[in-house]
Design a protein around this ligand. Structure first.
Ligand SMILES: [Fe+2]
Ligand SMILES: [Fe+2]
Length: 241
């Protein structure tokens, strides 16, 4: 395995590792590095990928400059090597939603995390990331996402998960491939709030959707989110019928 590095928005790097034996056509694990005065990592990858991910980061900036370790929810691919990164970067802090800190991360992280209120912004230098609580979307009580305001990039985690090893950035439909992945993995926690929560993210009008598994999307992110919300509403309606 090796880790591919692509700049998907201004100084926002996608670090992507393809694992061929997951699912029918293999599966990518993407982390995002925002390179700035205070570099931020979104998703750490699992512990087994720490050597690959840290090597990829080091091609952009030295590991010990990392200041913010962030992720969407508590799972190995999201935060498995959180403590390895805290060890490698002495000035780094984990930042997460208040609830995630209280429920899990105060206990799991080797240094106390920084709790963020819904809508709170971290200034990285030229970039600004806004924390958005999305409880149970796509899964996990503590689930949240980040929105980078200067590039209109939504770091959307498992939303729009796609199979295989598609290109780093796509301008094609990603909702169809995401629906196919949902059919196979059934990874989303479906609830009456799923559609409305995804629909509310469309108000951010993102132009880049930075996805954890698969291609990033460049284009009308609001339309993609509204289409995805409709897709989940249809699944919930079908389950009720
Ligand atoms: Fe997840
Ligand atoms: Fe994931």
């Amino acid at each position: 395995m090796d880790t591919r590095i692509d700049e998907v928005a201004d100084r926002i790097f996608r670090l992507s590792t393809f694992v061929p034996d997951i699912g029918p056509t293999g599966f990518t694990f993407n982390q995002y590095l925002i390179d700035d005065e205070e570099p931020l990592l979104f998703h750490t990858g699992p512990r087994a990928m720490f050597p690959l991910v840290s090597e990829a980061i080091a091609t952009v900036t030295s590991l010990d400059r990392l200041r913010w370790i962030t992720f969407g929810h508590v799972e190995a691919d999201e935060c498995g090597s959180m403590n390895e990164f805290l060890g490698a970067a002495p000035d780094a802090k984990v930042a997460h939603g208040t609830l995630g800190c209280m429920v899990s991360i105060n206990d799991l992280a080797d240094r106390l995390p920084v709790p963020l209120a819904d809508g709170e912004v971290i200034e990285l230098g030229d970039h600004r990331v806004r924390h958005i609580d999305t409880p149970h979307v796509p899964h996990g009580w503590e689930a949240r996402l980040l929105f980078e305001e200067t590039t209109n990039t939504l770091l959307c985690g498992d939303l729009f998960t796609q199979l295989g090893d598609p290109p780093a950035i796509s301008t094609e439909d990603i909702v169809g491939p995401a629906s196919q992945a949902e059919d196979i993995f059934g990874y989303s926690a479906l609830s009456p709030k799923t559609g409305p929560t995804i629909r509310s993210l469309a108000d951010l009008a993102p132009t880049t959707l930075a996805v954890m598994h698969g291609s990033c999307f460049a284009g009308d992110g609001a339309m993609a989110l509204l289409t995805l919300a409709d897709e989940y509403d249809a699944r919930i309606a079908a389950a009720r019928a």
